[in-house]
Design a protein around this ligand. Structure first.
Ligand code: HEM
Length: 196
């Protein structure tokens, strides 16, 4: 399980990195820090570290789409299972898989969000939006990780009923947090009037 998680984290980091390069996002900072490595003095090394971290923050908008889609899909699968009866039994297991990937995705996305927010300036009208996005984004990631643990415990539980109720309550709460967090994040990128 631990080995599988390590591999999944690597995939989650590698996929957005490769795709951002393929789409021609600004990799100048990263290449600069590689090409000029020999000439660097100590002070410049620190400047490059900061630039590298700032560049990593640019991956936040790419990575967030994984936990958003996967956790909402898990919520839908559990809702159908709860309401739909035996004919939907084939959905069993899909929530566990989606929560595993979505939880790891949220765990990667939130620190990248903190990096994206460091030093970012969105203007005074978006200060409150950034504050709420930061709070709700951190809460969403914490809830997604708790969900991942609850999901794995449920899979191993000898008394699945109470464990399943807890898992579903946490999953549905996370599914409420996700669109709120996502909407605030999109407001930061596209402006307050982007939707209506
Ligand atoms: C799992 C939790 C989170 C989710 C689902 C999420 C979701 C989003 C979404 C959907 C966007 C808009 C991306 C786009 O449309 O291109 C966004 C942007 C942003 N998020 Fe998050 N976010 C999360 C956590 C955080 C955290 C903890 C922070 C820390 C402050 C943060 C900071 C930002 C910033 C600064 C932007 C704007 C990026 C830019 O201007 O390019 N996010 N987020």
């Amino acid at each position: 399980m631990r080995r599988l998680s390590h591999r999944l984290i690597l995939i989650f980091l590698a996929v957005p990195m490769m795709s951002s390069m393929a789409f021609g996002l600004d990799v100048e900072l990263a290449t600069n820090s590689l090409s000029g490595a020999q000439e660097h003095d100590h002070e410049h090394d620190h400047a490059d570290e900061g630039a590298g971290l700032a560049w990593l923050g640019k991956l936040h908008p790419l990575v967030v789409h994984f936990p958003i889609a996967l956790l909402l899909a898990a919520g839908l699968a559990e809702l159908i299972l709860a309401l739909g009866g035996q004919k939907w039994a084939w959905l069993q297991g899909s929530a566990r898989f989606s929560v595993l990937l979505g939880g790891i995705g949220a765990l990667v996305a939130a620190p990248l969000g903190w990096l994206a927010a460091t030093g970012a300036e969105y203007g005074s009208d978006l200060e409150g939006t950034l504050w709420w996005h930061r709070v709700l984004g951190t809460a969403t990631a914490a809830s997604a990780v708790a969900l991942l643990i609850a999901s794995e415990r449920l899979a191993r539980s000898l008394q699945p009923d109470p464990a399943r109720s807890f898992f579903r309550a946490l999953l549905f709460a996370t599914c409420i947090l996700i669109p709120l967090t996502g909407h605030l994040g999109a407001t930061l990128v596209f402006g307050p009037a982007f939707l209506f």
